[in-house]
Design a protein around this ligand. Sequence first.
Ligand code: SF4
Length: 427
Amino acid sequence: MKVHLRTLGCRLNQSEIDTMARHFRQQGHEIVESPAEADWMVVNTCAVTHDASRSSRRLVRDMHRANGAADIHVTGCYAQISAAEAAALPGVVSVVDNLDKDRLVERVTGQPLEPYDLEPLVRANKLGAYGRTRAFVKVQDGCDNACTFCVTTIARGAGRSRAAHEIVHEVNALHLLGYQEVVLTGVHLGSYGHDLGDHDGLYHLIEMLLAETDVPRLRVSSLEPWDLSPDFFALWQNPRLCRHLHLPLQSGCDATLKRMLRRTTQAQFGALVAAARAAIPGVSITSDMIVGFPGETDAEFAISESFAREMDFSGMHVFRYSRRPGTAAARMRAQVSEDDKKLRSARLIALAEQGERAFAESFIGQTCDVLWEQVAGATGDGFINVGYTDHYIRVRCVHPRALTDLITPARLEGFDGQHLRATPVIP
Ligand code: SF4
């Protein structure tokens, strides 16, 4: 059968849809780019904000409009918290619970699956499952925290970790499939192993992956700051671990952090960032920030903005607080007006852009390894290749060859606002 897959939201959703693609292929089905060709469609939805829920509904309607004959299977956080509404959308034949998501492919196809046996794909040389050079591997799901704005704990349930040997096996298989970079993802990645009785579980998992796999690049996605001890950064002595840490702060004001029930403070977060920078020269530190959390006054926002400036992030995702049903923050008084949220968000976005530019420009004149991920077009002089340094700076070069899937040194020459321009150094 032909299957079309779509996802919205976080890297975890992306990793799940990539895994579904591999599993459908493993069972002999074909992944198609166009919804019009599909017999089945899977939509992995998001509910992190009000807008994300609306986009999820719109995507399902668009899929049905594109191909009214296909069966649509819906899963993800929007489908979890609004299951009846999702089931009533046009074309939807099933809503798959988040807790059952890992078995979605079996449910859709009716065929049992050997979950991590990718050997048939390797043998058949079906490389690049879902057309990426970077694979996202879910190592953990769910969260035991209770941040008051977060709908994820409602939608994803309690924290649970996959067995380390299974993850090692999967990373080795992905490397065999041709992937050059693996990104470890989870809802609350830093808690990996806690449910298995290992409070340094993520440290041990990364150590094991560096020792028992040869994938050239290993990257960790978002890590809650309170999960990390300064010792954690010793892992970066191995250059295969990408020098990028995404540490969601959410607010730089202690009073706001307290209402958010975030388990960190300005002082703790600042000390952690200093320890990371001391241990990992050149590390990129990015963050998530929420503006307009209930009760955030102009003075609280000013503290938050000033602390974000002090942290000198090389990028920030800025979210306007959005009231999510069932969360404690939705019931808080002193909700902030949409106009104030927009103003604050514009200020932080400007700061984020400044930080991104300054970080990228600090590499001009240096030579860094770049994993070339795609060809974005061509000029009279060659292909426009786009890739990333291990710090996750986007790089672009024009070269007579398509360099996709290669890691090459590249001399970084200038920043155009989106990419560092580079010349690959290829013998
Ligand atoms: S740590 Fe907080 S924000 Fe992150 S998933 Fe858990 S409850 Fe949500």
